[in-house]
Design a protein around this ligand. Structure first.
Ligand SMILES: *Cc1c(COP(=O)(O)O)cnc(C)c1O
Length: 368
């Protein structure tokens, strides 16, 4: 087969829900009620049940969800929060936006998940939370973190990439004290614009997040605390409910595709396939391999129309945004090494066997 293969193809997913979304949107338009309403409440209930928690609060995006989760824990200036150095920048950004200091730690080279021992070693008297990230769709070793962290240190799970993943039978978004997720269009459960949510089984934190996201207002015209405006749009809730009904099937299709890549790549020298930690059933938000001379390999894939990507080329401490942390090259060897070796292959539920075979054949040539 020939022709370009994108990193992510959202067209097939849209086709599956198009009629349902059109009908749901028509109902919203008929009422011209675009904020809140029964569609948002319904989705929040559905997503809480899906994640296995008591409460879900729909918000404007995943970064707001992380920030409001931290603020619900009263984290702010003078506090420290431990964050893995290899994550999407939003995890560290949310910490910095509260006024707290992100304390970066390295990751495990094999799984790319937070290094539990490094996190334990980074705890100080100012530490208020650790933010494990379920990177690429597998849950971080959160029960191991809990076992080594002081009980007054909260765990805020960044579940933006792990909707539907499980660890020892427990679903992503239900670990720790509170979790944040993102429904950015390319996520496993993607909206048609920005959206996010907090999930938690703690009623006190749920109530606080809801208050903070709605102008600090428990009732119209009452503003006991300074809040923000971060809402899940009604139109997005319609999309998310329609897609959530299909998410388990889409995640299963991603697993089949990931297993197929791993089998096809098993005898390709020079490619390290992803490592799944014991107890994890990932949802393969991304299928990330490691190769030497990554930039040359990526160039060859792009030249053949294969939309491979890098998630993420620059660890947080080497970005300009976090230069003021004063951590140079060499601070986090595993994260820095991953930054130079990782490569995300095209993966989406509807990817075909022929597309995957072509990716592997071009890749095999490229690493030769
Ligand atoms: C996407 C993502 C976020 C942020 O979500 P937005 O909705 O884009 O704000 C946070 N953390 C991780 C790991 C992500 O992948």
């Amino acid at each position: 087969m020939t022709g370009p293969i994108p990193l992510v193809d959202l067209a097939a997913q849209h086709a599956a829900v198009a009629d349902e979304v059109a009908a749901g949107w028509a109902a919203v338009l008929a009422k011209t009620a675009f904020v809140g309403g029964p569609q948002v409440t319904a989705f929040e209930g559905e997503y809480a049940a899906f994640a296995g928690v008591e409460h879900c609060i729909g918000l404007g995006n995943g970064t707001d969800a992380l920030e409001l989760a931290l603020r619900a824990l009263s984290i702010g200036t003078g506090d420290e929060c431990i964050v893995p150095a290899n994550t999407f920048i939003a995890t560290a950004e949310a910490v910095a936006r509260t006024g707290a200091t992100p304390v970066l730690v390295d990751c495990d080279l094999d799984t790319a998940l937070i290094d539990v021992d490094a996190a334990a070693a980074a705890v100080t008297t100012r530490t208020r939370a650790v933010l494990p990230v379920d990177l690429y769709g597998q849950v971080a070793p959160i029960e191991k973190l809990r076992a080594v962290l002081p009980t007054n240190v909260a765990i805020v799970e960044d579940a933006a990439q792990s909707q539907g993943a499980t660890r020892n039978g427990q679903t992503a978004g239900s670990f720790g004290d509170i979790a944040a997720t993102s429904f950015y269009p390319g996520k496993n459960l993607g909206a048609y614009g920005d959206a996010g949510a907090v999930t938690t089984s703690r009623a006190d934190l749920a109530e606080r997040v809801r208050l903070l996201g709605a102008h600090g207002s428990p009732r119209k015209y009452e503003h006991p605390v300074l809040g923000f405006n971060s809402r899940l749009d009604t139109l997005q809730a319609v999309v998310l409910s329609a897609k959530l009904r299909r998410l388990a099937g889409w995640n299963a299709a991603r697993r089949v595709a990931a297993d197929r890549y791993t089998a096809l790549l098993s005898d390709v020298d020079g490619v390290t396939t992803p490592v799944v930690a014991a107890g994890n059933v990932p949802v393969w938000h991304l299928y990330v391999i490691r190769v030497a001379d990554r930039d040359a390999v990526l160039g060859k894939l792009h030249a053949e129309g294969i939309g491979a990507g890098i998630h993420y080329p620059t660890p947080v401490h080497l970005t300009g945004a976090f230069a003021d942390l004063g951590l140079g090259a060499g601070a986090f060897p595993a994260s820095e090494r991953l930054g130079t070796e990782i490569l995300s292959l095209p993966l989406f539920p509807e990817i075909t066997e022929a597309q995957q075979e072509r990716v592997v054949s071009v890749l095999s040539e490229a690493v030769r």
